[in-house]
Design a protein around this ligand. Structure first.
Ligand code: ATP
Ligand code: MG
Length: 231
């Protein structure tokens, strides 16, 4: 049964990796539903499977068993092309390292998801890219290349890029992990403000207790299982 209010439905997901004679069980049966618009903090010790789970939700990798339904669409079993389209329409990501394209300017990096999705007119897309760059305080830096920007500035460009196509789901994996606390704080404030403005469903992996305390819900992983799910 699909749940009409859940935008993310994860059912009995496992992920095992076999290398040589060894099998590593990274996720050992994950079940949870996320209602639309919820802000979920995902916590747990290093190696507990947080990034693996986010990668599966993003369709960057497929689970060994189980089902993942995003916005009513089963993503397990989709081919590469279908997954790429789905990502373009439904998912924004922010990673610990910024993953900007070095040969593109800040503005071109922000525009990229719209170009990949192939939707909308380029002029509308440029307007939106400029609005987002303004929201992250970098409009005057739009013609600069990533190498000309600080770490915090690059992560703010990555945030603007993540919101470019108004994704209903935003996945963020320790987005401030490489920043000092002042820059990290600014990036998080922006992330949460944009998230509220756009009504995005947010899954944020973090080690920060204070941040997690402000989330609508905290999921804690340990050894590939959810050991606590608290709202
Ligand atoms: N491709 C792989 N091959 C073998 N083991 C892997 C692979 N990817 C991840 N793992 C293992 O799976 C476990 C979970 O990794 P994952 O990156 O999801 O943890 P995490 O919770 O994000 O940790 P951290 O807080 O350090 O980022 C780790 O023990 C890791 O070594
Ligand atoms: Mg991780």
């Amino acid at each position: 049964m699909t749940n009409p209010v859940a935008i993310i439905e994860v059912t009995n997901v496992t992920k095992s990796i076999v290398s040589g004679a060894r099998r590593v069980d990274i996720l050992r049966g994950i079940d949870f539903h996320v209602p639309r618009g919820q802000y979920v903090a995902i916590m747990g010790p290093s190696g507990s499977g947080k990034s693996t789970l986010l990668g599966l939700l993003a369709g960057l990798d497929s689970p060994t068993t189980g089902s993942i339904v995003l916005d009513g669409e089963e993503i397990t079993g989709l081919g590469e092309d279908e997954l790429a389209l789905l990502r373009g329409r439904k998912i924004g990501f922010v990673f610990q390292s910024y993953h900007l394209i070095p040969t593109l300017t800040a503005e071109e990096n922000v525009l990229l998801p719209a170009e990949l999705a192939g939707n909308g007119h380029v002029r509308d897309a440029r307007g939106r890219a400029c609005e987002l760059l303004e929201a992250v305080g970098l409009l005057d830096r739009r013609t600069h290349y990533p190498v000309q920007l600080s770490g915090g500035e690059q992560q703010r460009v990555a945030l603007a890029r993540a919101f470019m196509v108004r994704p209903p789901i935003l996945l963020a994996d320790e987005p401030t992990g490489n920043l000092d606390s002042a820059n990290g704080h600014q990036v998080l404030e922006l992330l949460l403000t944009l998230n509220r403005q756009q009504g995005t469903t947010l899954l944020l992996v973090t080690h920060d207790q204070e941040l997690a305390a402000n989330a609508d819900r905290r999921l804690i992983l340990r050894d590939g299982r959810i050991v606590s799910d608290e709202t």
